[in-house]
Design a protein around this ligand. Sequence first.
Ligand SMILES: [Zn+2]
Length: 312
Amino acid sequence: MLGFDASDGPQLHAGHPTSLRHTSLRHTRNVLDVRQSIFSIDVEDWFNLSGTGQEPPPSQWDHLESRLEQNFRGLLELLAERSSTATCFFLGYFAKRFPHLVREAAAAGHEIASHSYFHRLAYDMSPAEFYEDALASRHLLEDIAGRPVRGYRAPAFSVTAHTPWFFDKVAEAGYSYDSSVFPARHQTGGLAGGSFEPYAVQTSAGAITEFPITVVPMLGTRLCFFGGGYLRLFPYPVIRTMARHTLDSGRPVVFYIHPREIDPAQPRLPLSLRRRFSCYVNLRSTRAKLDAILREFRVTSFDRYIAHGTWQ
Ligand SMILES: [Zn+2]
């Protein structure tokens, strides 16, 4: 590190030696967009394909090949090469199995947050079960990282109209922000009419901030370009254009990725044709696409965005 916070103020990446502070340059090709976006990683393994009906139960996870360490470290290397900071939403289960990965991410300046303990869908749990899972995950991550854990993301964006208790339980479990809402139709969740922008939610346990996954209104529907299968599917020029459109509208772009998405050699689960496509399309080109995003857009973690941004 160079002794400064890479997410503070307009800052330049290697290969961009001249000042790019003039907003008139922001539509030029290969110019870093200094407006702030958020980069997040859901830290889980190749087999954690929730909602497909093929994700093995946790009792089997230790018996399967793990590709988490190499793939997660690959993402950390990408971030380091571009002096970028991210939020790492860890599954409690893998934090316990690979505590050194939590410490490595924290030592590199990334935020440690929770992706639940056992990767169960929110709408498959009772409110009490959800609370226990979210609380256990936070306590474990705080013990390992030695710092407060403030953020939560539900597996597969499984916040729906059927989980009206969701924000109350997230707040009760001690979190101050959440990024679980997918404000469009989604295979395993989604709040199709949800807000595009970050917003405060008043709960029985105090206020928390919701950072919905970024979607763009288009052709009478809402489309995501910025994470998971969407990011792998769309060509980079489309992602870049949509990201700039989002930033033009005054919102941050919330990028999200899983370690397995840069691993073309991962084993395959026996999925339906449709899910096979969405889970495995373009695995070979994702690393380069992520590098282009990190090169051209200024990203940071949720906690730094909250500390420096306008959403409290
Ligand atoms: Zn997940």
